[in-house]
Design a protein around this ligand. Structure first.
Ligand SMILES: NC(=O)c1ccc[n+]([C@@H]2O[C@H](COP(=O)([O-])OP(=O)(O)OC[C@H]3O[C@@H](n4cnc5c(N)ncnc54)[C@H](O)[C@@H]3O)[C@@H](O)[C@H]2O)c1
Length: 322
């Protein structure tokens, strides 16, 4: 590709796979991450590569990009956020700062450093609790129920306005649940952590009947870069602020995830205890399934379906985190 890329959240699950893919295709990556969720272990394989730079920066801080004045970037990929959705209920200020303000500060960075293209990691959480399934991008009346979803939707609104005001072109990706080896949060991360503490029993938040759409992180990254390449900006606002759902077509239930995790970690020995609530936490959306027709029309297909992505991630994260 040969791009100069400014990446936030590069020490996280998605950001580290973005980095690997960009470096492998001849791009240079300057990564900023404050390591609140990501770890240096996720980026250590890149440290010896000449096209990679890393700074431990909090990108919600006003003016964080000042040391980069005078440098030139083709693309800003904004993956930093509080990706742990359940945290927002008890600490909404974390999503205000790490999910929303990071986006605002990254938009200022794109404007001031004259970075023409802005790729944003958004979420199916913007669609609220009961959208039509499968949910298309043009779903009307977006009313998120998690603080995190609100932070992402507010971010999308600011990106849209920056596109109009400052000539930035944006690609907004509403991900399903992204899974892979370098997990920092989420259901697989939690189940494996719990089973390591108590191999006899797994307590599940909610009744386990939630069904959600999952996508392998490598497929997710290939989808982001595919849409960026195959759908260049046009003249109209809608062609310069482009929104894509990005996931697999199918879904996987929490019960399937619990049973497979127990099989991998304990050889099927742990007893699974389900709760009684249909949701796992305040702001949880019990059913997600995205229409992926729009990105499919660009010729992108995931290599793993939802359940295959989950089962592979259980094995990969279990081995990686030993
Ligand atoms: N993983 C998913 O299921 C999923 C689904 C939908 C959307 N997303 C979004 O995709 C992006 C990447 O997700 P992920 O799964 O890789 O999450 P992640 O937690 O693994 O990575 C996010 C990274 O951002 C960093 N970060 C957080 N606040 C920061 C700040 N103020 N300054 C600098 N760095 C900061 C964290 O340390 C972490 O390394 C996030 O924006 C997330 O909200 C993820």
């Amino acid at each position: 590709m040969g791009l100069k890329v400014l990446l936030t959240g590069g020490a996280g699950l998605v950001g580290s796979s973005v980095t690997r893919r960009l470096l492998d295709t001849g791009s240079e990556v300057f990564c900023a991450d404050d390591l609140t969720l990501g770890t240096l272990r996720h980026v250590e394989e890149f440290e010896t590569e000449s096209g990679f730079e890393f700074e431990r920066w909090d990108v919600s801080r006003h003016g964080w990009h000042a040391p980069l004045r005078g440098r030139s970037f083709d693309l800003l990929v904004h993956a930093a956020a509080n990706s742990d959705i359940s945290l927002g209920h008890g600490r909404p200020e974390e999503d205000a700062r790490r999910t929303f303000t990071t986006t605002f500060e990254c938009l200022l960075a794109a404007r001031d450093l004259r970075i023409p293209s802005f790729l944003f990691c958004s979420t199916s959480a913007v669609y609220g609790s009961e959208p039509v399934l499968p949910t298309p991008e043009l779903t009307p009346g977006l009313h998120p129920v998690s603080i995190y979803g609100a932070g992402k939707l507010a971010s999308e609104a600011f990106i849209s306005a920056f596109v109009e005001n400052y000539g930035i072109n944006a690609w907004v990706y509403r991900f399903g649940n992204v899974v892979g080896k370098r997990l920092t949060h989420g259901v697989i991360f939690d189940f494996i952590g719990k089973l390591r503490q108590n191999p006899a029993e797994l307590q599940v938040l909610g009744d386990g009947r939630q069904t959600k759409t999952y996508v392998d992180v490598e497929d997710c990254v290939s989808g982001m870069l595919h849409a960026f390449e195959k759908s260049p900006p046009g003249k109209d606002h809608a062609e310069r602020f482009q929104v894509f759902n990005l996931s697999t077509e199918g879904t996987t239930s929490v019960r399937q995830i619990a049973e497979e995790t127990v099989a991998v970690v304990t050889g099927g020995k742990a007893r699974i205890r389900y709760g009684t609530d249909p949701i796992g936490w305040v702001g949880d959306v019990p059913r997600t399934r995205l229409s992926v027709d729009k990105i499919g029309e660009l010729g992108w297909r995931p290599t793993l379906d939802s359940t295959a992505a989950v089962f592979q991630a259980i094995r990969d994260f279990y081995e990686w985190s030993k």
